[in-house]
Design a protein around this ligand. Structure first.
Ligand code: IPE
Ligand code: IPE
Ligand code: MG
Length: 246
């Protein structure tokens, strides 16, 4: 009789079953307004929430946590707010990269980050390179990210390959497009969370969300924590994902 292989509990899937969670971190401004504080205070508190939730995601066994930090449309905000947000992002990467690296986290940035200020691009690239060989979870920050822009960039690369004769038009299928997106090497998106009560995607992961479960909470992002993430994962666990089947 063949001996049954023992399950490797150290690699057992977490009970919630989610591999990749993405969060539209919304409500920083309203959090500050409620306290009669300037919007930057809400963004600062939002960074604290990022730290808490990134740690919680590791503890809860997620393979990937993607956080929407700055959209390709957020350039429409006043220049002072844009510059405050970029300053906070820069400071966050500088101050937290050691901890991420020590915990085996792979830091990734998705979106058109190459269009940002050169010293920020360099900081992002060195943080990604430093943690690329780690084997722990991925924390992906969506920066200057817009799903439509991501798809445009993917389409341009595919068109270039067709023009060069490297790719035939009939070989452009779902897999070929998937492979050109910023998320190409990330696990499929399971759960998309948006805080602050808004129920829209705001140009976030439109392709990847095709069969993701959606979860909306009224909680403002600076109030989000491990407990709130656990609640979202509990809700996810109860969903019946059919993917068009029965
Ligand atoms: C989310 O909070 C952070 C970013 C979009 C950068 P908001 O700044 O959008 O906060 P609200 O929506 O004005 O409350
Ligand atoms: C989406 O939030 C972008 C991020 C969370 C980074 P917004 O606050 O920019 O979205 P809208 O403008 O309300 O749709
Ligand atoms: Mg908002």
């Amino acid at each position: 009789m063949a001996t049954q292989a023992k399950p490797d509990l150290t690699r057992a899937a977490p009970a919630h079953g989610a591999r990749h969670v993405a969060i539209i971190m919304d409500g920083n401004g309203r959090w500050a307004k409620k306290r009669l504080l300037p919007r930057i205070a809400g963004h600062r508190a939002g960074v604290e929430a990022v730290r808490r939730v990134a740690r919680a995601a590791q503890d809860m066994g997620l393979e990937c946590l993607t956080l929407y930090a700055f959209s390709s449309e957020n350039w429409k905000r006043p220049a002072t707010e844009v510059s405050d947000l970029m300053g906070l992002l820069r400071h966050f990467i500088q101050s937290d990269i050691d901890e991420f690296h020590a915990n085996g986290v792979r830091l990734r940035v998705i979106g058109n980050y190459r269009a940002l200020e050169p010293s920020l691009v360099q900081l992002i690239e060195s943080a990604m390179a430093r943690t690329a060989g780690n084997t722990g979870p991925v924390i992906a920050i969506a920066l200057n990210y817009g799903a439509q822009d991501e798809m445009v960039r993917a389409a341009q690369r595919l068109a270039d390959r067709v023009a060069k004769g490297d790719l035939a038009t009939h070989d452009i299928g779902i897999a070929a497009i998937d492979a050109e997106l910023d998320t190409a090497d990330l696990p499929p998106l399971d759960l998309l969370v948006r805080t602050s009560g808004e129920q829209r995607l705001s140009n976030f992961m439109l392709w990847q969300a095709a069969y993701a479960e959606l979860y909306f909470t009224d909680m403002l992002w600076p109030d989000f924590d491990a407990h709130a993430l656990a609640q979202a994962l509990d809700a996810f666990r109860l969903r019946d994902r059919r993917f068009g089947g029965l």
